[in-house]
Design a binder for this molecule. Sequence first.
Ligand SMILES: NC(=O)C1=CN([C@@H]2O[C@H](COP(=O)(O)OP(=O)(O)OC[C@H]3O[C@@H](n4cnc5c(N)ncnc54)[C@H](O)[C@@H]3O)[C@@H](O)[C@H]2O)C=CC1
Ligand SMILES: O=C(O)[C@@H]1CCC=N1
Length: 270
Amino acid sequence: MKKIAFIGAGNMNGAIISGLINGGFNPEHIIVSNPSAEKRLALQAAHGIKQTQCNIEATTFADVIVLGVKPYLIEEVCQHLGKNIDITDKCFISVAAGCTIKQIELALVKPCTVIRTMPNTPAQLGCGVSGIYANAHTTEEEKAFTTTLMESVGIVKWLTSEEQIDHIIAVSGSAPAYFFLFMEAMQKQAIAYGFSEQDSRELVQQTALGAAKMVIENKLPIGKLRENVTSKGGTTQAALTSFIDGGLEKLVSNAMNCAVDRAKEMAKTA
Ligand SMILES: NC(=O)C1=CN([C@@H]2O[C@H](COP(=O)(O)OP(=O)(O)OC[C@H]3O[C@@H](n4cnc5c(N)ncnc54)[C@H](O)[C@@H]3O)[C@@H](O)[C@H]2O)C=CC1
Ligand SMILES: O=C(O)[C@@H]1CCC=N1
């Protein structure tokens, strides 16, 4: 079985590690590296994985290296690895937004496999979505392993161009936060009606879960599910009209385009 090094013990790598372990991946084959101790020790305590403060030690241990540091650190981390150890047989998988395969290849110096994946944090529950795009050095076996790796934390979509990574960021990578923002706004209003904070949370979260399950389990178009809740001249129609008059659709597409633009900007300034 392949060994995996997670460089960075933050939110995204932590979510993938949780998902892998919950899916039965052997913790002995996983190492995480992070300069500060707290987060890597917490991951070790939670999952029984190996940990180190040294990226070189983690990379040397593994066949597959998941780069999960902030985008502005990816090149620095890769240069350090490329200059100090033989990485030619390793498979690098970056989860970073706004850092291209070309930038990573240049930083690693030696030619090797570089794959970009854009997961999202529901990966920690096995409910993630990951877009994947691979460079020309990637073998079919490495592609198959990456599919298996990311499928252990959710669904996978292979992409036909690297640009689609930026689109996946807008559609699913950043998107849990859109739903959280919407739920926070609903919870605030529920509290304003006098419900306790806890009751407000339960009302909102259960409604979000129910709505998501209906979308998943029904084959009906999402618009039809919406119509089924909306009695003519009723309460839902009043609420939806307010959303539509407020420009919700445009607001959503503008927000998603802002995520795409920001990913492109980050790649330029890297
Ligand atoms: N948070 C999210 O929902 C998603 C994040 N991503 C990507 O994941 C990457 C990480 O993001 P987060 O997990 O949110 O950030 P984070 O800040 O939670 O995690 C980054 C971790 O890297 C560690 N770190 C810093 N310098 C390091 C070094 N030289 N070597 C090893 N570790 C080092 C930090 O101490 C921190 O624990 C980013 O590139 C981001 O674009 C991708 C998809 C979703
Ligand atoms: O906000 C970010 O830049 C990262 C990428 C997708 C989710 N979080």
